[in-house]
Design a protein around this ligand. Structure first.
Ligand SMILES: [Zn+2]
Length: 322
């Protein structure tokens, strides 16, 4: 989550506060290291309970986080988050296709950060997809960064946190199913011996502190996350692990860890697919009841959404571009 940017709009002004910058401006006194939980015992992978009969019709969009031009966080050894995201998403794409999810779309977006977010969501919404999974790798706020030298270059790292995490938005068109899928994925990662990081609940995360919705599966609530909020389908974001952590970066580079994560995604997608009504995505979208807008707050919300119809031109104060 290294370069989460808070986008503030004051007239035409764009203020981008990268993750670490935002937190570096707050006092550091409250920051304390959290205990890294002991590794969970590695349990046997959960057997696939009920293969989804409509796999061939079910479309998953695998959203590769960031772009080549705006590559996200930098790893402890100086690699770009985008490269980690793309590599893992390709492994997941292959695993889903091998499992019969032939309509899976690997979505790679180009261009600079903010503009790419609008392009990303517009593309996803055109795909008549049943589910969106955004693939990212995590970093830490700047205050936790330490320096070391790797291959003769000065690099930044933090070994303080490790583990994956999942995020959903209550402002998504279908928050219930978003959480359902994130829960399934968290459970599948857990049974494969992978442990989520609990540190997003800590006050020292400041703006990036999030409510843990599902303590079993490691699912946090992040309402303003752009790709989750704007996608017209159930959506979740996976931070697959911390590339700022020197040990975890090495683990995340291994095909074994990538396959483990991919297997968890396939099992979760399959269980989610099996739980859905057997209709094409477009019919599900049409059948989904629209929220009734009655309150003043809701009317303001509607006006704001109308203003958003012109992409790129309107930059909002209440969205996190990631
Ligand atoms: Zn990211």
């Amino acid at each position: 989550m290294g370069d989460f940017g808070r986008i503030a709009a004051v007239a035409a002004a764009l203020l981008v506060l990268p993750f670490g910058m935002a937190s570096a401006q707050t006092p550091d006194a409250a920051a304390a290291p959290t205990e890294t939980p002991a590794p969970a015992a590695v349990a046997a992978p959960a057997p696939v309970q009920a293969a989804c009969a409509t796999r061939a019709d079910f479309r998953v969009v695998l959203d590769v986080g960031h772009t080549a031009k705006s590559p996200g966080a930098r790893s402890a050894r100086g690699a770009d988050e985008f490269d980690f995201n793309l590599r893992l998403a390709k492994v997941i794409d292959r695993a889903l296709r091998d499992a019969g999810f032939a309509r899976t779309v690997l979505m790679v977006t180009e261009g600079p950060g903010v503009r790419s977010m609008y392009v990303r969501v517009a593309k996803a919404n055109e795909l008549d997809a049943n589910l969106l999974l955004s693939i990212h790798h995590d970093s830490v706020p700047d205050r936790f960064i330490e320096r070391w030298e790797f291959n003769g270059r000065k690099e930044s790292y933090s070994d303080r946190f490790k583990g994956h995490s999942l995020f959903v938005s209550d402002d998504n068109v279908d928050p219930k199913d978003s959480l359902k899928f994130a829960h399934l994925l968290g459970e599948q990662l857990k049974v494969r011996g992978l442990q989520y990081t609990p540190h997003y609940t800590e006050s020292f995360m400041g703006h990036y502190q999030h409510k843990l919705l599902d303590a079993e599966a490691g699912v946090y609530r992040y309402d303003t996350l752009f790709v989750l909020k704007k996608s017209q389908m159930p959506a979740a974001l996976l931070e697959a692990g911390s590339i700022a952590n020197r040990d975890e970066e090495l683990a995340l580079e291994t095909p074994e860890r990538q396959q483990l994560t991919a297997a968890a995604v396939v099992a979760a997608v399959d269980a989610f697919c099996a739980s859905q009504p057997q209709k094409p995505a477009t019919q599900i979208a049409r059948a989904r009841p629209r929220p009734v807008l009655q309150t003043a707050h809701a009317r303001r919300h509607l006006r704001r959404r109308t203003a958003e119809a012109s992409p790129v031109a309107v930059v909002q104060s209440n969205l996190d571009m990631h």
